[in-house]
Design a binder for this molecule. Structure first.
Ligand SMILES: NC(=O)c1ccc[n+]([C@@H]2O[C@H](COP(=O)([O-])OP(=O)(O)OC[C@H]3O[C@@H](n4cnc5c(N)ncnc54)[C@H](O)[C@@H]3O)[C@@H](O)[C@H]2O)c1
Length: 424
């Protein structure tokens, strides 16, 4: 099947690189975003996110006329939806978060008026099981003049598929091409069409399945990571109580040929691993006991970390009076600028609100403190903080920290095994 024009709805970390990839293969791509700043930035041939090699590719695609951004979808052969799928705000601490599909609904409502017979609509956003069918229902409600897979099966006027994305930020332009792709069509025809579309640039294998299996596969991948990290985080807390160096312990245990324990940290962050397992738990609460416990362990780790920092500050204050705490890293993982669901942010917010001390933040990937930390401390370069703080709290293993950790003088609380001295 041939796709000459492609409309990508949502131009963030996933949608923009994907749109650009199609444009780089000389497809006519219209990117849609509700954020005017995003649309204007892209139309200038610039980018609004940090991702290696994306800036050059966007610049070329816009200059050559293959990529254009706009606020409203336009008629196309294929539509890709890459909008956020967060969970709804919890009313109580112990409430199981449920997925917020309002962005997908808004995207479906905006696509519906321009849909035509023969179109393919792909949901790329990470979604709970059943979301693709739900999106197809929203489209069908808005366009009673067209038929959809849930009504007409293989004979449907519009094909619908779920093709989840599993690229790693920082390597997106490489992994979009090389990773295998799961293609979950609501019909076999939808799967074949989606495979044809992705083969425009994908060199990995395109594996076809149902939309539901594709949805669950993406959630399973992230729940698997979450459960394994929770195991390491739980070990780190157990070891702290038993005066055992968890890093040494993991090194020893991993010498077993069939054991591969991951690294502990201050928690689990990002908008994927910290979010997606809840989509399984909220749908199957009684059956997801391990997945739910892993979420609880990982969500509890920032609080445990904060309590350990508080103890350390009190110990230092008893010895020398005023305490200056250096906090190293705010992003949700190393060497990116993304603060979403960051456990380092959660720890930082807890310590600035509950500990009486001076705070110095070192975060080489952002220019100014996020609003929740504004006025609570100062940002400094690593070398300055390394000299002036009494307690150094490492929360993210940025490359710069790994390279320079021996410059630090004072007590260290190391959640990432950067210096492996006091603490974890
Ligand atoms: N970022 C990742 O590493 C990653 C990896 C795999 C999967 N995902 C999934 O991909 C999806 C998108 O994530 P992201 O990181 O690209 O999000 P993002 O927040 O970076 O980008 C989403 C974009 O969609 C726009 N948007 C919101 N509603 C819209 C609408 N109705 N019409 C048009 N534009 C709209 C927003 O303005 C924003 O620019 C999510 O489901 C996420 O879980 C993300």
């Amino acid at each position: 099947m041939n796709f000459d024009t492609i409309c990508v709805v949502g131009l963030g970390y996933i949608g923009l690189p994907t749109a650009t990839m199609f444009a780089s293969r000389r497809k006519k791509v219209v990117g849609v975003d509700v954020n005017k700043h995003v649309v204007d930035t892209i139309n200038r041939g610039e980018i609004h996110i940090v991702e290696p090699e994306l800036d050059i590719a966007v610049h070329a695609a816009v200059k050559e006329g293959y990529l254009r951004a706009t606020a409203r979808p336009e008629p196309a052969d294929a539509f890709l939806v890459a909008v956020p799928t967060p969970f709804k705000k919890r009313q109580a601490e112990d409430e199981i978060p449920s997925p917020d599909l309002s962005y997908i609904q808004a995207a479906a409502d905006s696509i519906a008026p321009v849909l035509e017979k023969g179109n393919l609509v792909i949901l790329e956003s990470t979604s709970p099981v059943g979301a693709t069918e739900q999106m197809a229902d929203w489209l069908a409600e808005a366009r009673p003049d067209l038929t959809f897979p849930q009504q007409a099966g293989e004979e449907a006027d519009v094909m619908v598929a779920h093709c989840p994305e599993r690229v790693l930020p920082g390597r997106v332009m490489y992994e979009l091409i090389e990773n295998d792709r799961i293609i979950g069509g609501m019909t076999a025809k939808s799967s074949t069409a989606a495979c044809d579309l992705y083969k425009t640039f994908v060199r990995g294998e395109c594996l076809t399945t149902t939309a539901r299996t594709a949805e669950m596969a993406k959630l399973t991948e992230n729940a698997f990571r979450d459960v394994n990290i929770a195991f390491a985080n739980e070990l780190s807390i157990i070891c702290d109580g038993l005066s055992i160096d968890v890093w040494e312990l993991i090194k020893m245990a991993n010498r077993h040929p069939r054991v591969n324990i991951l690294n502990p940290g201050p928690g689990v962050g990002g908008h994927c691993i910290a979010v997606d397992p809840w989509f399984i738990v909220s749908r199957s609460p009684n059956e997801s006991k391990v997945i739910k416990s892993a979420r609880d362990v990982n969500d509890g780790k920032p609080i445990w970390t904060f309590e350990k920092v508080k103890e350390a500050v009190e110990r230092i204050r008893n010895k020398k009076g005023n305490v200056t705490v250096g906090v190293y890293g705010l992003t949700f993982k190393a060497d990116i600028d993304d603060l979403r669901e960051s456990p380092a942010m959660r720890v930082s917010e807890l310590i600035v609100s509950n500990i009486d001390a001076e705070f110095v933040f070192v975060e080489p990937n952002i220019k100014k403190l996020p609003s929740s930390l504004e006025g609570q401390g100062v940002m400094k370069e690593f070398d300055q903080a390394a000299k002036c703080c009494d307690l150094h709290v490492f929360l993210v293993d940025h490359k710069e920290f790994l390279d320079k950790s021996e410059k630090v003088s004072g007590e260290i609380f190391d959640t990432k095994g950067i210096v492996k001295r006091d603490g974890l």
